[in-house]
Design a protein around this ligand. Structure first.
Ligand code: AHR
Length: 526
């Protein structure tokens, strides 16, 4: 404990020199083979999800042009600036369960003339529809991202969805293109990804896989992207609803259908939703004031993602050995008990160091499955579930999960490099976990990056790195840790869980570094 207190009292530069005195360590030997390339870590794995839910959009992104909160055309400036630093590749909107109740026409045109509707998916609150299609596209443009639009299959029609796509993407002077131009946007929008429904086995209409497949074919055929720029490699990718349980019946039906698709319909990805809910539904673990028991249980639970992916991949490989269809984990993250005093339908939870570590473990799993898993969307972006950002009126705070996403930016579109190491084990009570996790990659400029997660809540990890194919001279980067597993950033104290500088020692091309207990570290090996 004395060591830990000392560590957090010291400035970052001095920390580099404190090698966790008094802690005997068995080094973990890790080898990176920089001469061999693995799959690309698609930047779309770092996607986000912004549903019309609670204060995810209203208050989190949208405050309206007349707000005292600094904004650009109604969109918070502080949030935009923070998100730009994450290089968010894509944002999924408007849901979630909300997507299958959304009728897009209610959210376009002069705001004063938009109808008020009820958000019956999330708390039955009145929605003035002031954040609609054009506002979403403006937001996407401001943060430098791409649109992943989920169309309404549950309570909508193919015609309604086709019109929406025409409104967004038509460049030719159709009535809908002219309507969009009259609303201030003559240029066709880019819609990078089209989600065809959401959780159609549950809130999206409780469909059987066979019934959904027949709907999917119709939507895929008729809901087209009319943007002349979106052809070839730039084409809009269509994503089918996938499973929310590890059983493979749903994926089997989709992939079997895909295998025999003809010219008239297709899809490019099948989704998967899986949340970390360690004690089952309804989520009961707190997001605040918890101990190492809950920490270990949560990490154990999150590591199940690997098995979930493997099961779906086995089915996909059977029908699509060339891996044309991507597995898209478009909802993932920790789903914890609602914060006391909040509307339980708004899914408000705090975000601690534990969430940051959980994020790194999942991102590493996705990276290792990058040949099939080419897109993912953490749930959700702001104020909902495992958020990047929390806001309250004019206040904003960045969460540990935000900082992990920021530290991982160099991995976007990098090439995975094979890493071998003995993860060891960390046991707490009756929970046993790997002690460390790691990935390495070469970025587009040729630089090699290494990520190390130390899951051990009590002990630092000494890592000894050998790199084949590259002679490193320096190993510098950032590390994220905090005094306790439940440490959080608050509006009053936003700097409790923030990355600090770290460097390893390099001798004869071998890197040696000691990382703190419960930490995420990203190093550039140059
Ligand atoms: O992210 C919250 C909800 O979780 C989504 O609306 C739904 O798709 C899932 O069940």
């Amino acid at each position: 404990m004395r060591i830990r207190c000392l560590r957090f009292a010291l400035p970052a530069a001095l920390l580099l020199a404190v090698p966790f005195p008094g802690v005997a360590q068995e080094p973990t030997h890790l080898t990176i083979d920089a001469s061999k390339a693995g799959a690309k870590i698609d930047r779309n794995l770092f996607g986000q999800f912004a549903e019309n839910l609670g204060h995810g959009l209203y208050g989190g992104i949208w405050v309206g042009p007349n707000s005292k909160i600094p904004n650009t055309r109604g969109i918070r400036k502080d949030v935009v600036e923070a998100l730009r630093a994450l290089k968010v590749p894509n944002v999924r909107w408007p849901g979630g369960c909300f997507a299958d109740q959304y009728h897009w026409r209610k959210g376009i045109g002069p705001v004063a003339q938009r109808p008020a509707t009820l958000n019956s998916a999330w708390g039955g609150v009145v929605d003035d529809n002031s954040f609609g299609t054009d506002e979403f596209m403006d937001f996407i443009h401001q943060i430098g991202s791409e649109a992943y639009v989920s169309v309404n299959v549950g309570s909508g029609t193919p015609a309604e969805a086709a019109d929406w796509l025409e409104y967004m993407t038509a460049a030719a002077p159709t009535a809908l293109q002219k309507e969009r131009a009259a609303n201030g946007h003559p240029e066709a929008y880019k819609v990078g990804f089209l989600g065809i429904g959401n959780e159609s086995w549950s809130c999206g209409g409780d469909m059987t896989p066979e019934y959904y497949l027949s709907q999917l074919k119709i939507y895929s055929r008729f809901v087209t992207n009319d943007n002349p720029q979106q052809t070839g490699a730039n084409q809009m990718l269509k994503i089918a609803v996938g499973p929310g349980v590890p059983e493979t019946e749903w994926t089997e039906t989709m992939m079997k259908g895909w295998k025999s698709h003809d010219w008239s319909w297709d899809f490019n990805g099948v989704s998967l939703h899986w949340y970390t809910v360690p004690t089952g539904w309804p989520p009961s673990l707190p997001s605040l004031n918890f101990g190492v028991d809950d920490y270990a249980k949560t990490l154990k639970s999150t590591l199940f993602m690997e098995e979930f992916l493997r099961k779906q991949e086995a089915v996909m490989d059977k029908y699509d050995p060339e891996k044309k269809v991507a597995l898209v984990v478009d909802e993932w993250g920790a789903w914890l008990a609602p914060l006391p005093g909040t509307n339980k339908d708004f899914l408000v939870q705090q975000n601690s160091l534990r969430d940051g570590i959980l994020a790194s473990l999942n991102l590493n799993i996705f990276a290792r499955h990058g040949d099939r898993v080419r897109m993912a969307n953490i749930a959700q972006m702001i104020n909902v579930l495992q958020a990047m950002i929390l806001t309250d009126q004019e206040k904003m705070v960045l969460t540990p999960t935000y900082y992990v996403f920021k530290m991982y930016v160099p991995f976007q579109d990098a090439t995975l490099l094979p890493v071998t190491f003995d993860a060891g084990s960390y046991t707490h009570g009756d929970v046993s976990l790997p002690r460390v996790d790691a990935i390495a990659a070469r970025d587009v400029s040729g630089k090699v990056w290494l990520e190390i997660t130390n899951l051990d809540a009590e002990k630092p990890a000494q890592i000894d790195v050998a790199i084949a194919g590259v002679t490193a001279k320096t190993a510098k980067g950032e590390t994220l840790t905090a005094p306790a597993v439940d440490s959080i950033n608050t509006f009053a104290a936003p700097g409790v869980v923030v990355p600090t500088a770290i460097a390893g020692t390099v001798k004869n091309g071998r890197v040696s570094i000691t990382v703190a207990p419960k930490s995420v570290t990203v190093l550039a090996l140059e």
